[in-house]
Design a protein around this ligand. Structure first.
Ligand code: HEM
Length: 215
């Protein structure tokens, strides 16, 4: 592949803008969150007030970023690209063989592979769990009933902490796999385009998909 290859659009501007917006929000939430959890170990902020304010502002940033992304998925019918459906499960086998370097090719999954779809669909679900557990801890008196129904404040705190780690692990997997596919994937999230024949040799056409589309 050379840099003279024809480039085709991959990510519209709105997706790129909100992707990086959400990345900033996620990093701010993670760093301030670890400080709030263990301020003496994780000496990144001067005071608890600073960390809590950052955590709160970043929470609203992420909330709006996700609302926008879900709106876009529906409005631009882009849910077809990102939404994980049960039938995507059967594609995990071919993807696993590809990721384990057992096979050099995989079926053409469409814009995102089943692993990406699973993770992208999981983000808003985990974010809602963080929102609920977060507000319970922020307004403990208002939500004491709900807190006890869910197992008490200790359980709420553990859930919030574990989901944070799920996000950290998802981020590491996301970053590694995108980089492993090649830098053009990273650039595509910056300038929006990708070479037309990128990984064309990796994707095998799907006869059954074609038949479905024509039916
Ligand atoms: C330094 C950190 C990050 C980098 C370098 C990065 C990079 C990328 C790249 C290159 C893509 C395009 C993948 C493709 O075209 O197949 C992508 C997609 C995506 N990333 Fe990240 N990412 C980062 C952090 C995050 C975080 C923290 C989140 C969680 C909010 C996230 C959520 C997503 C989503 C949902 C997509 C799909 C794009 C879409 O909305 O359609 N990323 N990322």
């Amino acid at each position: 592949m050379s840099h003279h290859d024809k480039m085709i659009p991959r990510h519209p501007f709105a997706i790129r803008l909100w992707h990086w917006w959400n990345v900033i929000a996620m990093f701010a939430l993670g760093l301030s969150g670890f400080y709030i959890h263990a301020p003496l170990t994780f000496k990144l902020f001067s005071t608890m007030d600073t960390a809590r304010t950052i955590h709160f502002v970043a929470m609203w940033m992420l909330a709006w970023g996700i609302v926008y992304r879900v709106f876009f998925a529906i409005y631009a019918k882009d849910y077809k690209n990102v939404l994980f459906r049960l039938r995507d499960f059967k594609d995990f086998w071919s993807l696993t063989l590809y990721y384990l370097f057992i096979k050099n090719t995989h079926p053409d999954y469409g814009k995102y592979n089943p692993g990406q779809k699973l993770m992208y669909t999981a983000i808003p679900i985990f974010a809602i769990i963080q929102g609920i557990t977060g507000f319970i801890m922020y307004w403990p008196n208002t939500f004491s009933g709900l807190a006890y129904a869910l197992g008490g404040f200790v359980v709420i705190r553990i859930i919030h902490y574990c989901v944070t780690w799920i996000f950290v692990i998802m981020f590491l997997v996301h970053f590694y796999l995108d980089m492993a596919e090649g830098l053009p994937v990273l650039w595509s999230m910056i300038h929006g385009k990708i070479p037309a024949d990128f990984h064309a040799d990796v994707k095998t056409p799907r006869p059954e998909k074609k038949a479905e589309a024509e039916a």
